[in-house]
Structures are given as C-alpha cells and as structure tokens.
Design a protein around this ligand. Structure first.
Ligand code: COA
Length: 323
C-alpha cells in the first residue's frame, strides 16, 4: 500500500518578540491574566515588510535543507493560511517562485487554525493516489495583520509564524505498524460561523477585516471536538490513547491543551507545548510544534504521533502517523 511519510520538517518565527508586559501597556490587561487564562507568555510578530509568503519560504527552505532536497524535487506545494499575501494568486505560488521551483503545482487551503490538518490530508491523498511523489505542506500566518489591537479579548492570543513538512511516497504493508500517515479525519460546521470569524473580505466589505471571537463558547466546543476527532483517528486504526507517543495539538490555549490531554488520559510529558512562547499561530501552530520536537530529538523513528486542531468555521481535524 502506498503511504506518505513526513521525511523532514522546518519552521520560522519572525525576530520580533511581543511580551505580555508590552501588551499590558497597549490594552487593559495584565501578564497574570494572560498567563492564567491562556498560558501565553510571549509571541512573535512579523516585521512590516515581512509577508506570509516570506515566513512560509523560510520554513520551506529549512525543511528542504533537512531533507537534502532541492525545490525542483517537489511536485506539489500546499500553503494553509487564512492570511494570504493577496486575495489572489495563492500564497503557495509566491512560495513556488521564491524557492525557484519550475514545475509542479501549488495552491492554498483555507481552514483557519485547522488549515495544516486539511493541507496534510489533501497532500496525503495526492501522494496515495500516485499523482504526486513529494509534497511540501506549509502552515503560515501573519495573524497580527487581522487582529484588532484594541480588543483585549483577542489581541493577547494570536501571533505570526510558519511551519513546513515534506511528505514523500513510501510502500507500507497497510497496517498500523507502517511509517507515514495512517489516517486523517476532517470536519466542519458552518452553523458556528458567528463564534469565530473575520468581519471583512473581498466579496463582503472589500476590506481585510478583523478577527472576532466569542472566546468562552469557542473554548467549550474546542475540548469536545478535539477529543472526539482524536478518538475517531484511534478507532479507525484500532489503536488506543495509550499507544500515542506524542500528542501535537493546535497551540491555541494551554487550558484547551491540558483539557484535551486529561480527557485522553495522556501524561503531560507526552504532549508537545509551544503556546507559551508562540501564542496561537493558527495554521502554523502544529507544524511549528512538530518541528521543535523533531529537532530537539523528542520525536524518534517508529513513534506514534497524533496531530489535532480546531478553528473558525468551525473546522476541526486529526491525523495519526507513525514517524
Ligand atoms: N485581560 C484582562 N481581562 C480580559 C482580557 C484580557 N486580555 N480578555 C478578556 N478579559 C475579561 C473579559 O472581559 C471578562 O470580563 P467580564 O467578566 O467583566 O466580562 C473576563 O476577563 C473573563 O473573560 P472570559 O472570556 O470569561 O475568560 P475566559 O476564562 O473564558 O478566557 C479566553 C478567555 C479567550 C482566553 C478563553 O475563552 C479562550 O481561550 N477561548 C478559546 C479561544 C481560542 O482558543 N480560540 C481560537 C481557537 S482556534
């Protein structure tokens, strides 16, 4: 059976670090409130002249370097982003040009914070169908550009960054011992639009708009949806939560991560956490956390990884893979 295996990872964070103390000078908040309600201590913010495509290109280059590949070895680029450089063309085509990739094809996926899971599942299907041998899957965001910096309920949570993986075709036996993506599960519920959305866009207001969120309602749905989509992945493979070596969750809020981990009865030392220093980087958060745990040696070959995320739409999803 044809499988797709993640053979390399990369990430990029803008240089500028924004601390809770600085935010407390901008809006009516405190370091204590932000840390106790979200676990976030600091986050990275893109420079004025840094675009989502620039962040994505840095992350992609890091992944290509790890793999020892050239951009022209890649058949497909997918960029998951809710903050594209322009309304069109796709940010992925800008990354294609930046990397000097002459063939193949590139497109964006929009599923907000679940974007990386949607992009990974899409690339996995292209690889499994035989249409693509190598894919570059990137999550990249400049959420600082759609944040209302006067809204203390949101501006303390979101941030900028990019993460990337290279997915390559490999032969597997078709069992859960195979390396690669074993199963992926995607969901959406358009009825929940008003709980998390951006109040602008080309067709509605002809402006970019700002992120609007009903925080406590989103919080309630998050733990429920994430736990259920993790169980769905385990049920599809006949594995149990005890088999998971690493949970790599969307980094929205430490309390959501802890709540999901508790429901799965996972020891906290099996959960990769970066939210304290990255904030919520939307589609970039899962590949950023993955890259950190790969590069510091926590993730080892043969281990079972569970990736999950939830975002505006609502959208939510999971991927279970063997490293
Ligand atoms: N600093 C200080 N006070 C703040 C604040 C801030 N930055 N933001 C909100 N508050 C206030 C609220 O106005 C509210 O005051 P009130 O009771 O006088 O109205 C109070 O703090 C409590 O707010 P509440 O929203 O109930 O807090 P909470 O414990 O639910 O935490 C969030 C708020 C946003 C951190 C939390 O709801 C959350 O993380 N939600 C999920 C968000 C998320 O992850 N979204 C992305 C999913 S992809």
């Amino acid at each position: 059976m044809r499988r797709s295996v993640i053979t390399a990872t990369g990430s990029y964070l803008p240089e500028r670090i924004l601390t809770n103390k600085e935010l407390s000078e901008m809006v009516d908040t405190t370091d204590e409130w932000i840390v106790s309600r979200s676990g976030i201590e600091s986050r990275h913010i893109a420079a004025d002249d840094e675009l989502t495509s620039d962040l994505a290109t840095h992350a992609a280059r890091a992944a290509l370097d790890m793999a020892g590949l050239d951009a022209n070895d890649i058949d497909l680029i997918i960029v998951a982003t809710a903050t594209p450089d322009e309304t069109f063309p796709a940010t992925a085509t800008v990354v294609q040009k930046n990397l000097g990739m002459k063939g193949g094809f590139a497109f964006d996926i929009q599923a907000v914070c679940t974007g990386f899971l949607y992009a990974l599942a899409t690339a996995d299907n292209f690889v499994k169908s035989g249409q693509v041998n190598r894919a570059l899957v990137i999550g990249a965001e400049t959420f600082s550009r759609i944040i209302d910096w006067t809204d203390r309920g949101t501006c303390v949570l979101f941030a900028d960054g990019a993460g990337a993986v290279i997915l390559e075709a490999a032969e597997g036996a078709g069992t859960s011992d195979d390396r690669g993506i074993l199963t992926s599960h995607l969901h959406s519920d358009g009825e929940k639009h008003d709980l998390l959305y951006v109040d602008g866009g080309p067709s509605s207001t002809q402006t970019t708009g700002f992120l609007r969120m009903a925080g406590p309602e989103v919080f309630r749905h998050a733990v429920t949806n994430l736990t259920s989509v993790v169980h769905e992945a385990l049920a599809a493979t006949g594995l149990t939560a005890a088999d998971i070596d690493w949970l790599i969750p969307h980094q929205a809020n430490k309390r959501i991560i802890d709540g999901t981990g508790r429901k799965l009865k996972l020891s906290p030392d099996k959960v990769v956490v970066t939210v304290h220093k990255h904030g919520n980087t939307s589609a970039a958060s899962v590949p950023l956390a993955l890259d950190e745990a790969v590069r510091d040696g926590r993730i080892q070959r043969g281990q079972l990884l569970l990736l999950e995320a939830m975002g505006g739409g609502f959208t939510w999803g999971s991927a279970l893979l063997r490293w």
